[in-house]
Design a protein around this ligand. Structure first.
Ligand SMILES: Nc1ncnc2c1ncn2[C@@H]1O[C@H](COP(=O)(O)OP(=O)(O)OP(=O)(O)O)[C@@H](O)[C@H]1O
Ligand SMILES: [Mg+2]
Length: 143
């Protein structure tokens, strides 16, 4: 899997933008990494690469934020508050696992014990190396 060292929020966003430009319809992008790793930063770039112009912020009080206006519709989920498989299974996220557009999921680690088979899954892992450095390991989207 390709990886890169990002040394700034802008560099993480730029990778998101490049992948957003290439991502195919129906893809589910599983984002993992600790608090403050840069997952939301990556999604901002992803949205830009898809041509979404509205401001991206993480869904905190809702399960999903939806962004239209781009090449594909973007569904942005954050599972941080769903701590157990039971909570995840009852949250209603299944429809977003075969999205009519692209779904990107923060805290996708939380899906591991749910037993779902996700086709079109792409993974992006962000590791904190230092205050400004991140190692990003990602599935290339084939373009
Ligand atoms: N190379 C980098 N890439 C991304 N973010 C960076 C980088 N260096 C520093 N940062 C900072 O790290 C923070 C990343 O915040 P962000 O909200 O994107 O993280 P997150 O992974 O979504 O966190 P959470 O788990 O709370 O949702 C920002 O404050 C950003 O400025
Ligand atoms: Mg976030």
């Amino acid at each position: 899997m390709p990886s890169l060292i990002s040394t700034s929020p802008a560099a993480t966003e730029a990778l998101g933008e490049r992948l957003g430009d290439a991502v195919p319809r129906g893809a589910v992008i599983a984002l993992s990494g600790d608090l403050g790793a840069g997952k939301t930063q990556f999604v901002k770039g992803l949205a830009r690469g898809l041509g979404v112009t509205s401001r991206v912020h993480s869904p905190t009080f809702t399960l999903v934020n939806e962004y239209g206006g781009g090449r594909l519709r973007l569904f942005h989920l954050d599972l941080y508050r769903l701590e157990t498989p039971a909570q995840i299974l009852s949250a209603g996220i299944e429809e977003f696992l075969s999205p009519d557009g692209v779904a990107v999921i923060e805290w996708a680690e939380r899906l591991t014990d749910c037993g779902w088979q996700i086709s079109n899954l792409k993974t992006v892992k962000i590791e904190i190396i230092s205050e400004s450095e991140r190692k990003i390991i990602y599935d290339d989207f084939g373009a």
